[in-house]
Design a protein around this ligand. Sequence first.
Ligand SMILES: Nc1ncnc2c1ncn2[C@@H]1O[C@H](COP(=O)(O)OP(=O)(O)OP(=O)(O)O)[C@@H](O)[C@H]1O
Length: 263
Amino acid sequence: MTKISQPQPQPHVHADGHVCWGHSTHSHAHHQLQVQNLSVNYREIRALENISFSTECSRSLALIGPNGAGKSTLLKALAGLLPTAKGRINWRGKPLTRSSHELAYLPQRGDIDWNFPITVRGLVEMGRYPNLGWWKKYSKHDVEIVERALASMNLLDLQERQISALSGGQQQRAFIARALAQEAHVLLLDEPFTGLDKPAQETLTQLFRELTSEGRLLIASHHDLQTVPAIFDEVLLLKRHQITFGPTKEVFTPENIEASYQF
Ligand SMILES: Nc1ncnc2c1ncn2[C@@H]1O[C@H](COP(=O)(O)OP(=O)(O)OP(=O)(O)O)[C@@H](O)[C@H]1O
């Protein structure tokens, strides 16, 4: 059987200078994520009510709000891990589904079993699973992509190490490398900065810049209000319902923060 080689996703520059990550076969419109009137329930409890926003490739969006505001719920709904009670989630004009290879979800650190016996390389190779054919055999192309993902996260020296034997920052990098190996366009990250020391936070901030500059869309829940303007260009303030959404410079104001946290 002949394997038909897939075109590789890569950054594309639009006529207006905007960069989008993806395949050359994708439409030339900016890759947009549109969330319309989204509500999510846990059984009879409504966790999110009427969320609407629209963002696109090359952006980094922070989900901000107090404990229980619905940040993780929104990320899980975007990842297709929770059913929506109402509303729509569209990516590039079509409903976003869990099976989309273009989307990678990184759970909260506490939700990951760090003692699971797997090496860094094994974890990153898992990122290729959705892209493999039914015969589940790695091609040279898959190996190259795994190598590239390990290299870009500076993990080549640690690739044979068990994930349980990494520092918090290294573990975070290993999970992001898995998302890169998946060649995901949209990265959904649940509290990626939590538990990282200052140097690791700075490295992750720099990595965010690199990922958005090559046209990916990053959406992350975030607790440290001080660092929001330096890391994220858009903000969605939540308290089960939507307080506000927009560019950080415009909507990340003391009034809106207070409305969300009710200090
Ligand atoms: N599995 C579940 N079953 C029932 N209710 C849940 C479940 N998971 C979360 N909830 C509830 O949904 C609401 C939103 O929770 P969510 O975890 O999305 O908040 P969050 O903003 O991520 O909070 P935190 O900052 O504490 O991580 C909370 O009231 C929470 O108790």
